[in-house]
Design a protein around this ligand. Structure first.
Ligand SMILES: C[S@@+](CC[C@H](N)C(=O)[O-])C[C@H]1O[C@@H](n2cnc3c(N)ncnc32)[C@H](O)[C@@H]1O
Length: 217
């Protein structure tokens, strides 16, 4: 159930679900489709050689579904600012699409190989977005997991990325995440506690399954 409290952590800050009927058949525009075809090839090459570079936590979302959601948020002007952040950006494809749609876009990724691949991809596509290497969890937010310490996002023993860039999570108007199963409650708690009032969280849960929330309090 969207907005449900999933951890024992108590906060008076709320996440309010935003119901959007996005058109699931909407064609992706030609420039984005070209970018996504090159992304598809990059990922196919990665999966073909996966045994040489196995990264257990990397799974890609459906980029076209996510584009439809991003484009709708843009058109409805739902974000209260122009800074977009992808939590765990992998190859940086969603970050690239957000930038194409007009946001100042940043992706945070813990895995050095993926950081390097994302930066190379963005440079090759001429996309002016940034990839930060580090942890997308704000310092201290691990405490919100409490009894849920098996979450994939807690396995990365790398420093939080924000302070290295003199920023905080509450500088961002719009955050995207593709959580591992069972982890979305924790990530929502982190967002609820650390994001700016009014900020948006878009969660990809599986094909055709996207949830959008606004932090309200
Ligand atoms: C399920 S994949 C999603 C990749 C991409 N966002 C997408 O939707 O295609 C999750 C990614 O988050 C990264 N990740 C997980 N926990 C992280 C953390 N605490 N800090 C930074 N990156 C993390 C993983 O390395 C992985 O690349």
């Amino acid at each position: 159930m969207p907005g449900r409290r999933d951890s024992p952590f108590r906060s008076d800050k709320q996440l309010t679900p935003i119901d959007i009927a996005w058109d699931l058949e909407r064609p992706v525009p030609p420039d984005t489709e070209l970018l996504l075809r090159r992304a598809d090839s990059l990922l196919q090459a990665y999966w073909d050689a996966w045994h040489r570079k196995p990264i257990e936590q990397y799974v890609a979302c459906d980029f076209r579904d996510v584009w439809r959601a991003l484009a709708t948020v843009r058109e409805l002007q739902l974000a209260q600012g122009n800074l977009f952040l992808e939590w765990g950006c992998g190859f940086g494809i969603v970050t690239a699409m957000a930038n194409q749609l007009g946001w100042g876009a940043i992706g945070i990724e813990a895995e050095p190989f993926l950081v390097s691949e994302a930066r190379t991809f963005l440079a090759a596509e001429g996309i002016k977005a940034e990839i930060w290497q580090g942890n997308f969890l704000p310092s201290g937010s691990e405490r919100l997991a409490r009894h849920q310490s098996h979450h994939a996002s807690l396995f990365h023993q790398v420093p939080s990325a924000y302070s290295q860039h003199d920023m905080q999570l509450d500088d961002f108007a719009f955050v995207f995440a593709y959580p591992w199963p069972g982890e979305d409650g924790f990530l929502k708690d982190v967002f609820r506690e650390y994001a700016a009032p009014g900020a948006l969280l878009l969660v990809f849960r599986g094909p055709y399954e996207l949830e959008l929330y606004r932090k309200t309090n």
